[in-house]
Design a protein around this ligand. Structure first.
Ligand code: F0G
Length: 463
Protein backbone atom coordinates (compact mmCIF):
# COMPACT_ATOMS: atom_id res chain seq x y z
CA UNK A 1 0.00 0.00 0.00
CA UNK A 2 1.36 3.45 -0.89
CA UNK A 3 2.28 5.52 2.17
CA UNK A 4 -0.27 8.23 2.83
CA UNK A 5 2.39 10.55 4.16
CA UNK A 6 6.09 11.11 4.69
CA UNK A 7 8.15 12.85 7.31
CA UNK A 8 10.26 15.72 5.97
CA UNK A 9 13.09 17.28 7.94
CA UNK A 10 12.48 21.01 8.37
CA UNK A 11 16.26 21.59 8.33
CA UNK A 12 17.68 19.62 5.38
CA UNK A 13 14.36 18.61 3.70
CA UNK A 14 15.27 14.90 3.72
CA UNK A 15 12.13 12.81 3.44
CA UNK A 16 11.64 9.47 5.19
CA UNK A 17 8.77 7.01 5.60
CA UNK A 18 6.51 7.64 8.59
CA UNK A 19 7.70 4.52 10.38
CA UNK A 20 11.38 5.21 9.73
CA UNK A 21 11.85 7.98 12.31
CA UNK A 22 14.10 7.31 15.30
CA UNK A 23 12.75 7.28 18.85
CA UNK A 24 13.69 10.95 19.35
CA UNK A 25 12.05 12.14 16.09
CA UNK A 26 15.20 13.97 15.05
CA UNK A 27 16.70 13.88 11.58
CA UNK A 28 19.69 11.53 11.53
CA UNK A 29 21.46 13.85 9.06
CA UNK A 30 21.09 17.31 10.61
CA UNK A 31 19.38 16.73 13.98
CA UNK A 32 16.38 18.95 13.27
CA UNK A 33 12.70 18.03 13.59
CA UNK A 34 10.36 16.47 11.08
CA UNK A 35 7.00 17.56 9.80
CA UNK A 36 4.37 15.38 8.19
CA UNK A 37 3.89 15.97 4.46
CA UNK A 38 1.26 14.58 2.12
CA UNK A 39 1.32 14.34 -1.67
CA UNK A 40 -0.77 17.51 -1.81
CA UNK A 41 1.06 19.48 0.89
CA UNK A 42 4.75 19.31 -0.04
CA UNK A 43 5.99 22.89 -0.49
CA UNK A 44 6.54 22.53 -4.22
CA UNK A 45 3.52 20.46 -5.20
CA UNK A 46 0.04 21.56 -6.01
CA UNK A 47 -3.08 19.51 -5.20
CA UNK A 48 -2.83 16.51 -7.48
CA UNK A 49 -6.48 15.82 -8.01
CA UNK A 50 -6.65 12.86 -5.63
CA UNK A 51 -8.18 15.05 -2.95
CA UNK A 52 -11.78 16.25 -2.96
CA UNK A 53 -12.07 19.85 -3.99
CA UNK A 54 -12.45 22.64 -1.44
CA UNK A 55 -16.22 22.88 -1.51
CA UNK A 56 -16.58 19.08 -1.27
CA UNK A 57 -14.38 19.11 1.81
CA UNK A 58 -16.37 21.91 3.41
CA UNK A 59 -19.58 20.01 2.76
CA UNK A 60 -18.18 16.70 4.06
CA UNK A 61 -16.89 18.27 7.30
CA UNK A 62 -20.24 19.94 7.89
CA UNK A 63 -22.08 16.71 7.15
CA UNK A 64 -20.02 14.74 9.72
CA UNK A 65 -21.28 17.05 12.46
CA UNK A 66 -24.60 15.23 12.47
CA UNK A 67 -23.07 11.74 12.60
CA UNK A 68 -23.00 9.55 15.70
CA UNK A 69 -19.66 7.94 14.80
CA UNK A 70 -16.92 8.70 17.34
CA UNK A 71 -14.42 9.87 14.71
CA UNK A 72 -17.00 12.17 13.15
CA UNK A 73 -17.85 13.68 16.53
CA UNK A 74 -14.19 14.38 17.19
CA UNK A 75 -13.27 17.93 16.21
CA UNK A 76 -9.92 16.55 15.07
CA UNK A 77 -10.90 13.45 13.09
CA UNK A 78 -13.82 15.20 11.45
CA UNK A 79 -11.05 16.76 9.35
CA UNK A 80 -9.26 13.43 8.83
CA UNK A 81 -9.00 13.98 5.08
CA UNK A 82 -6.21 16.46 5.88
CA UNK A 83 -4.42 14.21 8.38
CA UNK A 84 -4.37 10.73 6.85
CA UNK A 85 -1.79 9.43 9.32
CA UNK A 86 -3.62 6.28 10.43
CA UNK A 87 -4.08 3.08 8.45
CA UNK A 88 -7.38 2.55 10.27
CA UNK A 89 -8.89 5.94 11.18
CA UNK A 90 -11.98 4.27 12.62
CA UNK A 91 -9.75 2.97 15.46
CA UNK A 92 -8.56 6.46 16.46
CA UNK A 93 -8.32 6.96 20.21
CA UNK A 94 -10.69 9.84 20.80
CA UNK A 95 -12.40 11.63 23.67
CA UNK A 96 -14.41 13.79 21.20
CA UNK A 97 -11.78 16.49 21.47
CA UNK A 98 -11.95 19.75 19.56
CA UNK A 99 -15.32 21.37 18.80
CA UNK A 100 -14.28 24.20 21.10
CA UNK A 101 -16.24 27.43 21.36
CA UNK A 102 -15.33 30.77 19.89
CA UNK A 103 -16.33 33.45 22.40
CA UNK A 104 -16.39 37.19 21.98
CA UNK A 105 -14.60 39.38 24.53
CA UNK A 106 -16.69 42.56 24.41
CA UNK A 107 -15.13 44.34 27.38
CA UNK A 108 -11.55 43.71 26.37
CA UNK A 109 -12.46 44.72 22.80
CA UNK A 110 -14.06 47.97 23.97
CA UNK A 111 -11.12 48.91 26.15
CA UNK A 112 -8.72 48.28 23.26
CA UNK A 113 -10.91 50.03 20.69
CA UNK A 114 -11.27 46.85 18.62
CA UNK A 115 -14.48 45.93 16.80
CA UNK A 116 -13.77 42.22 16.59
CA UNK A 117 -12.02 40.25 19.31
CA UNK A 118 -12.69 36.56 19.82
CA UNK A 119 -11.21 33.80 21.97
CA UNK A 120 -10.90 30.26 20.63
CA UNK A 121 -11.11 28.44 23.94
CA UNK A 122 -9.07 25.27 23.70
CA UNK A 123 -9.40 24.89 27.46
CA UNK A 124 -12.85 23.47 26.69
CA UNK A 125 -11.27 20.24 25.45
CA UNK A 126 -11.89 16.99 27.39
CA UNK A 127 -8.82 17.30 29.64
CA UNK A 128 -9.00 21.09 29.75
CA UNK A 129 -6.26 22.07 27.33
CA UNK A 130 -5.38 22.30 23.64
CA UNK A 131 -3.06 19.31 24.05
CA UNK A 132 -5.97 16.92 23.48
CA UNK A 133 -6.11 17.77 19.79
CA UNK A 134 -2.49 16.71 19.32
CA UNK A 135 -2.67 13.79 21.69
CA UNK A 136 -5.55 12.04 19.94
CA UNK A 137 -3.44 12.09 16.76
CA UNK A 138 -0.06 10.97 18.10
CA UNK A 139 -1.39 8.50 20.64
CA UNK A 140 -3.53 6.87 17.96
CA UNK A 141 -0.34 6.39 15.93
CA UNK A 142 1.35 4.83 18.99
CA UNK A 143 -1.57 2.44 19.49
CA UNK A 144 -1.73 1.50 15.80
CA UNK A 145 2.01 0.77 15.77
CA UNK A 146 1.68 -1.55 18.74
CA UNK A 147 3.50 0.39 21.47
CA UNK A 148 2.73 -0.65 25.05
CA UNK A 149 4.25 2.43 26.72
CA UNK A 150 4.10 6.13 25.92
CA UNK A 151 5.92 8.96 27.70
CA UNK A 152 6.33 12.71 27.87
CA UNK A 153 8.14 15.40 29.80
CA UNK A 154 5.64 18.09 30.64
CA UNK A 155 4.76 21.31 32.37
CA UNK A 156 1.46 19.59 33.13
CA UNK A 157 -1.04 19.78 30.31
CA UNK A 158 0.66 17.38 27.94
CA UNK A 159 0.93 14.86 30.75
CA UNK A 160 -2.76 15.21 31.63
CA UNK A 161 -3.77 14.71 28.01
CA UNK A 162 -1.35 11.85 27.42
CA UNK A 163 -2.44 10.03 30.58
CA UNK A 164 -6.11 10.28 29.59
CA UNK A 165 -5.67 9.09 26.00
CA UNK A 166 -3.30 6.32 27.05
CA UNK A 167 -5.87 5.12 29.57
CA UNK A 168 -8.55 5.09 26.85
CA UNK A 169 -6.28 3.01 24.61
CA UNK A 170 -5.19 0.67 27.39
CA UNK A 171 -1.54 1.77 27.12
CA UNK A 172 0.79 2.51 30.00
CA UNK A 173 2.09 6.05 30.33
CA UNK A 174 5.15 7.61 31.94
CA UNK A 175 5.00 11.26 32.95
CA UNK A 176 8.09 13.29 33.88
CA UNK A 177 7.24 16.62 35.48
CA UNK A 178 9.37 19.20 37.28
CA UNK A 179 8.82 18.74 40.99
CA UNK A 180 6.81 21.51 42.63
CA UNK A 181 6.54 23.45 39.40
CA UNK A 182 3.28 22.33 37.87
CA UNK A 183 -0.27 23.33 38.74
CA UNK A 184 -2.26 21.00 40.99
CA UNK A 185 -5.10 20.48 38.57
CA UNK A 186 -2.70 18.99 36.05
CA UNK A 187 -0.83 16.80 38.51
CA UNK A 188 -4.13 15.42 39.81
CA UNK A 189 -5.21 14.52 36.27
CA UNK A 190 -2.09 12.49 35.52
CA UNK A 191 -2.71 10.46 38.68
CA UNK A 192 -6.45 10.15 38.10
CA UNK A 193 -5.87 8.73 34.61
CA UNK A 194 -3.38 6.22 35.95
CA UNK A 195 -0.04 7.45 34.64
CA UNK A 196 3.23 6.48 36.25
CA UNK A 197 3.93 10.01 37.45
CA UNK A 198 7.48 10.96 38.32
CA UNK A 199 8.21 14.35 39.85
CA UNK A 200 11.79 15.04 38.94
CA UNK A 201 13.96 17.41 40.92
CA UNK A 202 14.71 19.63 37.96
CA UNK A 203 12.89 21.97 35.58
CA UNK A 204 10.99 21.13 32.37
CA UNK A 205 14.13 21.34 30.28
CA UNK A 206 15.82 18.88 32.66
CA UNK A 207 12.87 16.48 32.32
CA UNK A 208 13.18 16.59 28.52
CA UNK A 209 16.86 15.75 28.79
CA UNK A 210 16.23 12.86 31.13
CA UNK A 211 13.48 11.39 28.99
CA UNK A 212 15.75 11.50 25.95
CA UNK A 213 18.02 9.03 27.78
CA UNK A 214 15.13 6.70 28.56
CA UNK A 215 13.63 6.50 25.09
CA UNK A 216 17.04 5.59 23.68
CA UNK A 217 17.06 2.50 25.87
CA UNK A 218 13.47 1.30 25.97
CA UNK A 219 10.70 0.85 23.38
CA UNK A 220 8.66 3.76 24.70
CA UNK A 221 6.85 6.07 22.29
CA UNK A 222 7.69 9.73 22.83
CA UNK A 223 4.66 12.02 22.91
CA UNK A 224 6.29 15.41 23.36
CA UNK A 225 5.63 17.89 20.59
CA UNK A 226 8.85 16.89 18.79
CA UNK A 227 6.60 14.03 17.66
CA UNK A 228 5.33 15.42 14.34
CA UNK A 229 1.99 13.59 14.61
CA UNK A 230 1.09 15.77 17.60
CA UNK A 231 1.20 18.79 15.34
CA UNK A 232 -1.14 17.14 12.84
CA UNK A 233 -3.86 17.16 15.51
CA UNK A 234 -2.89 20.59 16.73
CA UNK A 235 -3.30 22.09 13.25
CA UNK A 236 -7.02 21.21 13.18
CA UNK A 237 -8.24 24.12 15.36
CA UNK A 238 -7.19 26.29 12.39
CA UNK A 239 -9.75 24.43 10.25
CA UNK A 240 -12.37 24.61 12.96
CA UNK A 241 -11.78 28.31 13.51
CA UNK A 242 -12.33 29.39 9.92
CA UNK A 243 -15.29 27.06 9.63
CA UNK A 244 -16.81 28.78 12.67
CA UNK A 245 -16.19 32.11 10.94
CA UNK A 246 -17.99 30.96 7.77
CA UNK A 247 -14.62 30.56 6.05
CA UNK A 248 -13.56 34.13 6.71
CA UNK A 249 -9.94 34.49 7.80
CA UNK A 250 -9.18 36.85 10.69
CA UNK A 251 -6.26 39.23 10.29
CA UNK A 252 -4.59 38.07 13.51
CA UNK A 253 -4.24 34.98 15.62
CA UNK A 254 -2.29 35.27 18.88
CA UNK A 255 -0.91 32.21 20.69
CA UNK A 256 1.15 31.68 23.84
CA UNK A 257 4.66 30.34 23.32
CA UNK A 258 6.34 27.69 25.47
CA UNK A 259 7.97 24.77 23.71
CA UNK A 260 6.86 26.57 20.54
CA UNK A 261 5.11 23.78 18.67
CA UNK A 262 1.59 25.07 18.75
CA UNK A 263 1.92 28.25 16.72
CA UNK A 264 3.83 26.23 14.12
CA UNK A 265 1.07 23.59 14.04
CA UNK A 266 -1.61 26.22 13.47
CA UNK A 267 0.55 27.85 10.80
CA UNK A 268 0.77 24.47 9.04
CA UNK A 269 -3.01 24.14 9.19
CA UNK A 270 -3.54 27.53 7.58
CA UNK A 271 -0.85 26.89 4.97
CA UNK A 272 -2.50 23.63 3.93
CA UNK A 273 -5.90 25.30 3.66
CA UNK A 274 -4.35 27.91 1.36
CA UNK A 275 -2.71 25.14 -0.71
CA UNK A 276 -6.08 23.44 -1.13
CA UNK A 277 -7.93 26.62 -2.00
CA UNK A 278 -10.08 26.53 1.13
CA UNK A 279 -8.98 30.04 2.13
CA UNK A 280 -7.09 32.77 0.26
CA UNK A 281 -4.48 33.57 2.92
CA UNK A 282 -3.29 32.82 6.45
CA UNK A 283 -3.79 35.16 9.39
CA UNK A 284 -0.73 36.77 10.88
CA UNK A 285 0.13 34.41 13.74
CA UNK A 286 1.93 36.04 16.66
CA UNK A 287 3.53 34.37 19.65
CA UNK A 288 3.62 35.80 23.16
CA UNK A 289 6.00 34.52 25.84
CA UNK A 290 6.28 35.21 29.54
CA UNK A 291 9.09 37.69 30.19
CA UNK A 292 10.82 35.21 32.49
CA UNK A 293 10.76 32.48 29.81
CA UNK A 294 11.34 34.45 26.64
CA UNK A 295 14.09 32.82 24.55
CA UNK A 296 12.18 33.25 21.28
CA UNK A 297 11.40 36.89 22.01
CA UNK A 298 15.08 37.52 22.61
CA UNK A 299 16.16 35.59 19.54
CA UNK A 300 13.79 37.55 17.30
CA UNK A 301 15.00 40.88 18.68
CA UNK A 302 18.67 40.07 18.88
CA UNK A 303 19.32 38.14 15.69
CA UNK A 304 16.07 37.87 13.72
CA UNK A 305 15.56 34.30 14.86
CA UNK A 306 18.77 32.83 13.46
CA UNK A 307 20.03 31.57 16.78
CA UNK A 308 18.30 30.79 20.06
CA UNK A 309 20.08 30.98 23.39
CA UNK A 310 18.34 28.97 26.12
CA UNK A 311 17.40 30.88 29.28
CA UNK A 312 16.83 29.78 32.88
CA UNK A 313 13.04 30.04 32.84
CA UNK A 314 11.00 31.52 35.68
CA UNK A 315 7.33 32.50 35.54
CA UNK A 316 4.14 31.74 37.46
CA UNK A 317 2.57 30.83 34.12
CA UNK A 318 4.02 27.39 34.76
CA UNK A 319 2.71 25.86 31.50
CA UNK A 320 5.18 27.99 29.54
CA UNK A 321 8.08 27.93 31.98
CA UNK A 322 10.44 26.63 29.29
CA UNK A 323 13.92 27.94 28.63
CA UNK A 324 15.07 25.74 25.75
CA UNK A 325 12.09 25.27 23.41
CA UNK A 326 12.37 22.28 21.08
CA UNK A 327 10.36 23.69 18.19
CA UNK A 328 11.84 27.18 18.01
CA UNK A 329 12.98 26.81 14.42
CA UNK A 330 9.51 25.77 13.34
CA UNK A 331 8.14 28.76 15.20
CA UNK A 332 10.54 31.20 13.54
CA UNK A 333 9.61 29.77 10.12
CA UNK A 334 5.93 30.24 10.95
CA UNK A 335 6.45 33.85 12.10
CA UNK A 336 8.30 34.64 8.88
CA UNK A 337 5.74 32.91 6.70
CA UNK A 338 2.68 34.54 8.26
CA UNK A 339 4.25 37.91 9.10
CA UNK A 340 3.60 37.38 12.83
CA UNK A 341 5.39 39.07 15.70
CA UNK A 342 6.81 37.85 18.98
CA UNK A 343 6.09 39.71 22.23
CA UNK A 344 6.56 39.14 25.93
CA UNK A 345 4.45 39.90 28.99
CA UNK A 346 5.57 40.33 32.59
CA UNK A 347 3.95 38.73 35.63
CA UNK A 348 1.77 41.73 36.43
CA UNK A 349 0.54 41.99 32.84
CA UNK A 350 -0.25 38.27 32.73
CA UNK A 351 -2.16 38.39 36.02
CA UNK A 352 -4.22 41.39 34.88
CA UNK A 353 -5.03 39.84 31.52
CA UNK A 354 -6.08 36.60 33.20
CA UNK A 355 -8.38 38.48 35.59
CA UNK A 356 -9.90 40.38 32.66
CA UNK A 357 -10.62 37.19 30.74
CA UNK A 358 -12.09 35.74 33.93
CA UNK A 359 -14.29 38.81 34.41
CA UNK A 360 -15.77 38.18 30.95
CA UNK A 361 -17.10 34.89 32.32
CA UNK A 362 -14.65 32.81 30.33
CA UNK A 363 -11.54 32.23 32.39
CA UNK A 364 -8.30 30.59 31.37
CA UNK A 365 -5.02 29.51 32.86
CA UNK A 366 -2.20 32.04 33.26
CA UNK A 367 -0.25 30.83 30.21
CA UNK A 368 -3.28 31.48 27.99
CA UNK A 369 -3.65 35.03 29.28
CA UNK A 370 -0.33 36.11 27.76
CA UNK A 371 -2.28 36.38 24.49
CA UNK A 372 -4.39 39.29 25.77
CA UNK A 373 -1.37 40.88 27.45
CA UNK A 374 0.48 40.69 24.12
CA UNK A 375 -2.50 42.03 22.18
CA UNK A 376 -2.52 45.16 24.35
CA UNK A 377 1.07 45.77 23.30
CA UNK A 378 0.40 45.21 19.60
CA UNK A 379 -2.47 47.71 19.78
CA UNK A 380 -0.36 50.24 21.71
CA UNK A 381 2.45 49.83 19.15
CA UNK A 382 -0.03 50.59 16.35
CA UNK A 383 0.47 47.15 14.84
CA UNK A 384 -3.18 46.16 15.12
CA UNK A 385 -5.91 48.60 14.07
CA UNK A 386 -9.49 48.85 15.25
CA UNK A 387 -10.96 47.32 12.07
CA UNK A 388 -8.75 44.24 12.13
CA UNK A 389 -10.17 40.95 13.35
CA UNK A 390 -8.25 39.32 16.18
CA UNK A 391 -8.56 35.83 17.66
CA UNK A 392 -6.81 34.87 20.90
CA UNK A 393 -5.95 31.21 21.28
CA UNK A 394 -6.76 30.32 24.89
CA UNK A 395 -4.91 27.12 25.61
CA UNK A 396 -6.00 25.97 29.07
CA UNK A 397 -9.03 25.98 31.39
CA UNK A 398 -9.06 28.24 34.44
CA UNK A 399 -9.51 25.23 36.76
CA UNK A 400 -6.12 23.89 35.77
CA UNK A 401 -4.46 26.28 38.19
CA UNK A 402 -6.94 27.41 40.87
CA UNK A 403 -4.15 28.29 43.28
CA UNK A 404 -2.95 31.07 41.00
CA UNK A 405 -6.44 32.53 40.76
CA UNK A 406 -7.06 32.37 44.48
CA UNK A 407 -3.71 33.98 45.26
CA UNK A 408 -4.49 36.72 42.75
CA UNK A 409 -7.86 37.56 44.26
CA UNK A 410 -6.52 37.41 47.80
CA UNK A 411 -3.80 39.78 46.66
CA UNK A 412 -1.00 37.45 47.67
CA UNK A 413 0.18 36.63 44.14
CA UNK A 414 2.23 39.59 42.99
CA UNK A 415 5.17 40.96 44.97
CA UNK A 416 5.48 44.75 45.39
CA UNK A 417 8.51 44.88 43.09
CA UNK A 418 6.44 43.28 40.35
CA UNK A 419 3.97 46.13 40.54
CA UNK A 420 6.47 48.96 40.29
CA UNK A 421 6.34 49.01 36.50
CA UNK A 422 2.53 48.91 36.41
CA UNK A 423 0.70 52.03 35.20
CA UNK A 424 -1.91 53.82 37.35
CA UNK A 425 -4.81 52.52 35.23
CA UNK A 426 -3.44 48.99 35.50
CA UNK A 427 -3.21 49.25 39.28
CA UNK A 428 -6.75 50.61 39.43
CA UNK A 429 -7.96 47.82 37.23
CA UNK A 430 -6.37 45.17 39.46
CA UNK A 431 -8.13 46.80 42.37
CA UNK A 432 -11.49 46.73 40.58
CA UNK A 433 -11.17 43.14 39.40
CA UNK A 434 -9.98 41.52 42.61
CA UNK A 435 -12.73 39.57 44.33
CA UNK A 436 -11.39 38.34 47.61
CA UNK A 437 -13.78 36.00 49.43
CA UNK A 438 -15.53 37.55 52.43
CA UNK A 439 -15.89 35.58 55.67
CA UNK A 440 -19.08 36.34 57.63
CA UNK A 441 -21.04 34.93 60.54
CA UNK A 442 -24.31 33.27 59.56
CA UNK A 443 -26.20 36.48 60.17
CA UNK A 444 -28.65 38.01 57.68
CA UNK A 445 -28.05 41.60 58.83
CA UNK A 446 -24.31 41.28 58.38
CA UNK A 447 -24.89 39.84 54.92
CA UNK A 448 -27.32 42.64 54.02
CA UNK A 449 -24.82 45.30 55.14
CA UNK A 450 -22.11 43.70 53.02
CA UNK A 451 -24.39 43.41 50.04
CA UNK A 452 -25.46 47.02 50.40
CA UNK A 453 -21.85 48.19 50.28
CA UNK A 454 -21.23 46.24 47.12
CA UNK A 455 -24.47 47.22 45.43
CA UNK A 456 -23.38 50.84 45.50
CA UNK A 457 -19.93 50.26 44.26
CA UNK A 458 -19.37 51.00 40.58
CA UNK A 459 -17.48 48.37 38.74
CA UNK A 460 -15.33 49.80 36.00
CA UNK A 461 -15.48 47.62 32.94
CA UNK A 462 -11.95 48.01 31.72
CA UNK A 463 -8.80 50.07 31.90
N1 F0G B 1 -0.45 27.10 26.99
C1 F0G B 1 -0.57 26.04 27.79
C2 F0G B 1 -1.73 26.00 28.72
C3 F0G B 1 0.38 25.00 27.74
O1 F0G B 1 0.23 23.94 28.53
C4 F0G B 1 1.46 25.11 26.85
C5 F0G B 1 2.49 24.06 26.78
C6 F0G B 1 1.53 26.24 26.02
C7 F0G B 1 0.56 27.22 26.12
C8 F0G B 1 2.63 26.42 25.05
O2 F0G B 1 2.47 25.65 23.90
O3 F0G B 1 4.65 24.47 24.01
O4 F0G B 1 3.32 24.48 21.92
O5 F0G B 1 4.42 26.57 22.71
N2 F0G B 1 2.56 23.12 27.58
C9 F0G B 1 3.46 21.97 27.43
C10 F0G B 1 3.10 20.88 28.43
C11 F0G B 1 4.86 22.28 27.31
O6 F0G B 1 3.97 20.08 28.81
O7 F0G B 1 1.94 20.79 28.80
P1 F0G B 1 3.78 25.26 23.08
Amino acid sequence: MAESHQLRCVGCSTGIAGRAAGADFRCTICGQLYEVVYPWSAPTSSPDGRLPNASALRWLWQERRSSNQAIDQSGVWRFRDLLPILDRPADAVTLREGNTPLYDLPRAAASLGLHFLLAKHQGMNPTGSFKDTGMTAALSVAAERGYQWVACASTGNTSAAMAAYAARAGLRSLVLIPEGKIAWGKLSQAMDYGALTVQVKTDFDGCVHLLAEIIRRLPIYLLNSVNPYRLEGQKTPAFELVEQLDWQVPEHLIVPGGNLANGAALGKGFREMVQLGLIPRSPRISVVQAEGANPLYRAMRENGGHELHPVAAETRASAIRIGNPASWRKSVAMLRETGGWCEQANEQEIALAKAEIGAEGIGCEPASAVTLAGLKKFVAQGKIGSEERVVLFLTGHTLKDPEYTIDYHRNTLLRPYELTAASEPELAHHEALRRSPIVLDADADALLRTLDRHMHEARPLSV
